[in-house]
Ligand binder design. Sequence first.
Ligand SMILES: [Zn+2]
Length: 197
Amino acid sequence: LTGRPDSPDGKTIIPLSAFGVVVMSIGFMVDPSKAVVWRGPMLQGALQQMLGQVQWGDLDVLIVDLPPGTGDVQLTLCQKAELSGAIIVSTPQDVSLIDAKKAIDMLNGLKVPVLGLVENMSNYICPKCGYEAEIFGHGGVSAEASKMGLPFWGEIPLDLEIRLSGDTGKPIAAGDNSISEPYARIAQKLIDSVISN
Ligand SMILES: [Zn+2]
């Protein structure tokens, strides 16, 4: 998905869309060759634009993808928006889990429910010989979830097909094969916990 979102009146922003998913990203608004070096107030302004000025239309669910951390943006989002909850995505390694645990601690403090945990880059299966390599470890997120009494939603493998299909613009989740399956299962958990409630 590339391009620049339209703003016919200079105030509202028309988001881009693909595969029935409406998408808005700071990446669409800035020079792709420049790093986004923004301080807190600028990030908060961008967040407010995203929530208030983008013509989202009639959505089933709005997912805000944030980098790991407990900074200004995460805090502002939790305080200013009426959130159904948070989904924690982490690799199985300790270094990644430490960030995840800090985020969960912040969410608890702000009374934002943690809906579920997802283990990303969970394992790697060699396409040539089928050997399963646990490059970042395996099972760390599931173990942490049960320790904290939180729902574990599933594992996303580290797979070349995920990157290749993403690069061609057709996400693996939109397909119908063994690698798209975990995405579908996780999406169903989201539907069960947010939309059906
Ligand atoms: Zn191999």
